[in-house]
Design a protein around this ligand. Sequence first.
Ligand code: AMP
Length: 282
Amino acid sequence: MKLIRTGSEWNPHWLSHLQQNHQIGFVPTMGALHQGHLDLVQASRSKMRVTVVSIFVNPTQFNNPDDFAKYPNTLEADLEKLESMGVDYVFLPSVETMYPSSSNLTLDFGDLERVLEGRFRPGHFNGVGIIVSKLFHLIKPHIAFFGQKDLQQVAVIKRLVNNLSFDLQLEIVPTRREEDGLAMSSRNMRLDGNERQKALLLFNCLSNAKKQLIEGQVWPLIKSGVEKVFEKEENARLEYFELVHPDTFEIIETFDPNQKSSICVAAYIGEVRLIDNLPIIL
Ligand code: AMP
């Protein structure tokens, strides 16, 4: 496994793989790797001749400086995991490499900016769009792998690839959960014992809501039920619980079994902001 820190270090490897007709898979991450990340790596390993994983905690996508400062860093363990999975290259750029000048380019993802993550994390998708564009330009993969866990990010990246004509495909990998249902996330490491228990509220509310929808209960009642559950909980604060179209992120008021839909949730458990989602109709 080779560690690469700049685009010019990567280019000769890229060229050599290109000349040998090797297909390159790319998995962008912010490190603190868990099995969810490793599922993406496995998807690339099983499909592609070459797998590149990047680890870069991107400052421009953090709208909350405290969240950035407290983002976990477990680089040594991450590299061991990637090595044991047979990853070919790990791209570990510095902030100076990724942001050589103080950039003032802004990407605006239109209606996606005004709902859910876009609304509650202003500037977040601008930072995601810029870093993912830079990484795509530097690595030049054939397929890039992303997790369904960040459903709205998937919609943003699809829009980015279409609008900016990136010559690559996207593959979306299902959400990996802990045994009790909590979606794996690097931020889970910041939860203490009580908070870890309370974090289950997200998945429990999602799965109860899905059951109720399928049984024919109306969405507004299901949603207000969840809001009441969170209101009663100490140390937990709901930001949103919405039924949306998973491609457009249009909010759905009336459930229609003939229309694609997913439920998305974001909530603070203590100081840690968690998100999750559950597909209802695919
Ligand atoms: P992050 O390091 O949080 O930026 O995540 C890197 C990639 O891993 C993104 O495409 C995420 O959607 C994906 N990912 C994070 N958590 C999970 C999970 N529990 N299951 C599947 N993919 C995930």
